[in-house]
Design a protein around this ligand. Structure first.
Ligand code: C2O
Ligand code: CU
Ligand code: CU
Length: 526
């Protein structure tokens, strides 16, 4: 659809009514967060004032995310229970924010290649089904927390799978109940899953620091406002990008130190184009683990659900800041957030110079290219504003949220849809039938007006080409990926193979788009 028509339709729906006013109010708190907290200083007092946007403390020491305790004592086993429950977090001083948490926070599961994993999931979310989806992991289809296997509120479910050789990587997990994924994620449900290799080519002296990037929008009273029409169109972005739950935390390093950082974009919809001002970045890994050889980079674009592993060299003393750059992703309607210039993390490079760390190996691992696809599939991404009449949106009509479900139903969003091959997601429909072990070429064609991060469950793929306006670009290095951004007018060509049978989802990882139809089902048969 043409962007003009889309926006005209939007204006018709929004008009000047209360929803529009509410939205403008919400939007008013967005976009100036780059300056927020600037006057407060690190760790200073910042009492909230009535009616003003909450200010989050900055400059506190970077916290490590809690590790989920392994209750198995047998070697090669990881066993634990994860409960999803309502909780309260104090993001801004003096303000309580009701959230949903896994095991009281964002836990990190750390296991090793070859391990057997058994996780008991307890759904303590009042009135809502949920699942745990193991994003990017090679787990059997019926263990993957797909929308087809919801766990009822109050119920318990066991997930079990093996971590095969070669699966070492930074993964994450999140809920995937149809129609509730976006809400449960922005309310706080996400955790990380690190699979470590038997022997790691990255020097231990670099450490291993996990940076989980999430997005937060809180109102003046500390609560999370429900999503607006603009949130549904663009995906919900927050006012604050948090690192391990903190606003611009600080880590201290010695001059000359190198650090291994794993970055995870666990936001609903935020595009993070990042650079490290004052330090050198080397890319060593992507969604599916290490690349073949280190790649020096000036910046990285981390779209929703993507991960990247970096070695950051802190060569000179002084502050080095992980900073966002502008990125144009085809925002629709009002309230486009200003992305440039947010400082997500500050490294204070100070003290005595470090003893020179061991060098990074020239080769990290071999990645065999996937070859000779036997099938080519084409997935065309479009948007459709439909008739734009008034009514509740399918999939948002769930009720039972902590704040009252009615608030989550913006008027006029009835027919807004994001489509793959002109179809809206239907759990009971199989869109594609595939075979175990077969190499396929997938062409992801973006004919919409905005970027979409395309994700496939159950496997990792290799990108072979990006095509746009008759120009073909090939990736500069081979890598395993489970999510790839596709810009408007572009076709991304990838190769993939599913090694286990069963239904697998593929979808846009802007969770609001996934919920509004941009998802399909691949049935893999043996
Ligand atoms: Cu993070 Cu269906 O996935
Ligand atoms: Cu996934
Ligand atoms: Cu999308």
């Amino acid at each position: 659809m043409q962007r003009r028509t889309f926006l005209a339709g939007l204006a018709g729906v929004l008009g000047t009514g209360p929803a529009w006013a509410q939205m403008k109010h919400d939007m008013g708190t967005m976009g100036d967060m780059g300056t927020m907290g600037a006057g407060a200083g690190p760790g200073g007092p910042m009492a909230p004032m009535a009616g003003t946007a909450p200010v989050l403390p900055q400059g506190q020491p970077l916290k490590e995310l809690p590790r989920l305790r392994n209750r198995s004592t047998r070697p090669g086993r990881f066993e634990a229970t994860i409960a999803a429950r309502p909780g309260v977090v104090r993001y801004a001083e003096g303000l309580d924010t009701p959230v949903l948490l896994y095991d009281g926070g964002h836990p990190v599961i750390e296991a090793q290649e070859g391990d057997r994993v058994a996780i008991t999931f307890q759904n303590g979310i009042p009135g809502q089904p949920s699942t745990i989806h193991w994003h990017g992991m090679p787990v059997p289809s019926d263990q993957d927390g797909n929308p087809m296997n919801p766990v009822a509120s109050g119920a318990e479910h066991g997930y079990a799978f093996d971590l095969p050789e070669g699966s070492a990587a930074t993964y994450w997990f999140h809920p995937h109940p149809h129609g509730l994924t976006a809400e449960q994620v922005y309310r706080g449900l996400a955790g990380l899953f690190l699979v470590k290799p038997k022997s790691d080519p990255i020097p231990a002296a670099y450490g291993d620091t996990v940076l989980m990037l999430t997005d937060l929008r809180i109102a003046a009273d500390g609560t999370m406002p429900p999503s607006t029409m603009v949130d549904l169109m663009n995906g919900r972005v927050g006012d604050h990008v948090l690192v391990n739950g903190q606003s611009n935390p600080v880590m201290t390093v010695a001059p000359g130190e190198k650090r291994r950082l794993r970055l995870v974009n666990a936001t609903n919809a935020r595009y993070l184009r990042l650079r490290f001002a004052g330090a050198r970045m080397t890319l060593i890994g992507t969604d599916g683990g290490l690349v073949e050889a280190p790649v020096a980079v000036d910046e990285v674009l981390l779209t929703p659900a993507e991960r990247v592993e970096l070695i950051v060299s802190f060569d000179q003393p002084g502050p080095a800041k992980l900073t966002t750059l502008a990125y144009e992703r085809g925002w629709m309607g009002p309230g486009e957030p200003k992305e440039a210039g947010k400082v997500l993390l500050t490294a204070n490079v100070a003290g005595r110079p470090a003893t020179p760390p061991p060098p990074l190996p020239k080769m990290l691992r071999a990645i065999a290219p996937l070859q000779a696809p036997v099938v080519t599939r084409r997935f065309v991404l479009t948007e459709d504003m439909g008739s734009m009449d008034h009514g509740a949106m399918p999939g948002m009509d769930h009720g039972g949220t902590a704040k009252g479900g009615a608030a989550a139903k913006p008027p006029g969003s009835h027919d807004m849809k994001f489509l793959i091959n002109n179809k809206s997601f239907d759990m009971t429909r199989i869109d594609e039938v595939s075979k175990v072990g077969q190499v396929e070429q997938w062409d992801i064609v973006n004919q919409s007006d905005m970027d979409h991060p395309f994700h496939v469950h159950g496997t990792q793929f290799q990108i072979v080409a990006y095509e746009k306006d008759g120009q073909v670009r090939t990736p500069g290095y081979r890598a395993w990926k489970d999510t790839v951004n596709v810009v408007p007018g572009e076709t991304v060509r990838l190769l993939l193979r599913q090694d286990q049978p069963g239904p697998r989802m593929y979808h846009c990882h802007i969770l609001e788009h996934e919920e509004l139809g941009m998802m399909g089902v691949l049935d893999v048969r043996s």
